[in-house]
Design a protein around this ligand. Sequence first.
Ligand SMILES: [Zn+2]
Length: 391
Amino acid sequence: MDTQERALATLDEDMLVQLTQDLVRIRTINPPGDEAKAATFVADWMKQNDMPAELVSHAEDGRASVVGGLDGQGERRAVLFSGHLDTVPAGDNWVHEVLAADIDDGKIWGLGTTDMKAGVAAMLMAMRAVKQSGAILKGNLLFAGTAGEEIESMGAQELVREQKLDDVGFMVIGEPTGNRVITAEKGVLWLELRAKGQTSHGSLPHLGVNAIAHMSRLLEALQAEEIPYETHPLLGDFTMNIATIEGGVKTNVVPDACRVTIDTRTVIGQDHQQILDTVRQLIDRLCAEDPTLHIEVRSINERIPLDIPFDDPYVQTFVRQRDLVTGDTSVPTAATFATDGSVFVPAYDAPMVICGPGLPEKAHQPNEYVEISRLVESARIYTLAALDLLT
Ligand SMILES: [Zn+2]
């Protein structure tokens, strides 16, 4: 038996399914997150399987990430397997119990199966398989289980800041792709607009300053504005969604405050600062027309867009193993969603692929599931890719 066969032989399907179920059953809904329980579980699991692991606590109570991995000989840069531990809130209309991780119809059902505890479980099992194969690794094989990805990648940012991951040369993000390889992702820029006015009695509106009316003028101007960008071959177009609005006290009071949040998704070549400047210029223009208008804008979440060259040697090695396991041929593909890659790629100046067993269309949806066959497939892909990249 060669190393690859030895590694694959240790990928026990029941153990992989059990690990996925165990992770799904730990509630990590973000907000508030509560990832510490899952991070502790993962750290314990890794240690039980002879892999060093470290819990990295974050400032907020109950929140932690986990890092660990296998030591290599230092001849190659490390390969990082990464997945987030948090999930979005469940929403309504679930048929299966949200956190029960029931098995039915060849699938594991539950919140966070597809996005992305299945990916985390498959990565951990792949690392265990590499370990048990006895392969001598030329570089470290690392795992990062991160907190807070669903909002601002708080965990990934802290792992970078605290230098918990050394010399990463390539990373695999196990977000749901149906085991396709994705090498590009859109950027994110969330804006918060705050208008300030002055209250007065609703019957005497001329004595007040209406913050909602001012906000609505800015929103109209913003929608009429052409934010410059070039359509990207994989990422497509820049998009903007006016997402939330709050304001007003009572029907008979002139509102003195209005808050709006806007979700923009950016493509390669766009400068986030320039988008902010454009909004500020619009505010200045409106303010010149009406000096009582007072609106401030700030960024509340930001991730850069990524487009990793498909012919990068690391990417090609991963693709070769993925195509061998699945029998398909990978083509350059983009994600519309953002991942922790937007934090790790610039931090380590290293390429990445996104590839995981979940289905992207099942993420952030009721009745989320992962197919067990794809789960097993992803663990095989990760195992063979790690061996190819590091031996
Ligand atoms: Zn995700």
